[in-house]
Write a protein that binds this ligand. Structure first.
Ligand code: URA
Length: 284
């Protein structure tokens, strides 16, 4: 019996814990959020005008997180509501974004903004990258794990592909500005909810206004739905010139395929190449 119940059979708690975490990671569980499921899609504000989106991005293992892992405010009882009702948070975001007179101010306001639950599970704000005076601006859906770690959009695998696509038309991040619809990583790379998109939308709109590009490229369908109001799928929408209005100004805008999709479907790269050639021509 000793050989079954002897020292070897007593599990080392640290080792057991590490093995359990490894098991979770292998099973795709990356974020510890809550003990009970929560339907965040039911939180959509009445005025939410953003559409739900498909989530294409593969995640890098991220394991157990910062003390912000629990989405409730510190000390709040279990099942407590989020800090601000989504409609109020969206209104607050609108007022704050409108008050920002520079990218610097906008960033500071977003750093301090507490109205979006995504902030509670993300490591940091992923504000933007590249040249804020560029004539070309890209907007993706939201940060992935690597973007969350570095605080910069499109720095993971799909970002590296985006860099290669830019290089193919003779550009790099010194000649483009890159941001996302939601600036905090949705946990586990889930789709941002309509409420989260509605709350964050004023910030990306103000960012576009401040960059004031000649050409705006929505990377992937969620971005095109949010900023260009497209209703059809990305394969129908991509490559078409549309208009993004900022006050009186009309900015040429286009939706293109998301690099994460292209990594999974390399045969579709030919369409993205067409889009990028059209973007290059528009900038000339
Ligand atoms: N996908 C996005 O939409 N944005 C990023 O920053 C990274 C991946």
């Amino acid at each position: 019996m000793d050989q079954w119940f002897g020292m070897d059979a007593v599990p080392d708690p640290r080792r057991a814990c590490a093995e359990l975490l490894a098991f979770y990671l292998e099973a795709g569980v990356e974020d510890a959020l809550d003990e009970t499921p929560h339907n965040r899609f039911a939180d959509a504000p009445a005025a939410a005008d953003a559409a739900p989106a498909a989530r294409p991005i593969a995640a890098a293992p991220d394991a157990i997180r910062s003390p912000r892992s629990d989405p409730r405010p510190e000390g709040a009882p279990r099942g407590a509501p989020p800090p601000a009702a989504p409609a109020a948070a969206a209104e607050d975001a609108r007022a704050q974004a409108a008050s920002a007179r520079s990218m610097y101010e906008l960033r500071a306001l977003m750093e301090a903004f507490e109205g979006c639950e995504l902030k509670r599970t993300a490591y940091r704000l992923c504000f933007g990258d590249g040249n804020p005076e560029a004539r070309l601006m890209f907007v993706g859906e939201g940060p992935g794990a690597e973007e969350d770690r570095q605080g910069k959009p499109f720095v993971g695998r799909s970002g590296q592909l985006l860099d290669r696509m830019l290089a193919a038309i003779g550009l790099d991040r010194t000649k483009a500005y890159i941001a996302n619809v939601v600036p905090w990583r949705p946990p586990g790379n889930r789709t941002p909810t309509p409420a989260e998109i509605a709350i964050c939308k004023p910030f990306i709109q103000r960012q576009i206004e401040l960059v004031n590009p000649d050409v705006l490229v929505c990377v992937g369908l969620p971005s095109a739905q949010t900023l260009l109001g497209v209703r059809e799928g990305i394969l129908k929408t991509r490559g078409r010139w549309m208009t993004y209005r900022v006050g009186e100004r009309e900015i040429r805008a286009m939706a293109t395929l998301h690099p994460a999709y292209l990594l999974r479907q390399p045969s579709q790269k030919k369409y993205a190449w067409r889009d990028f050639k059209a973007i290059r021509a528009a900038l000339r």
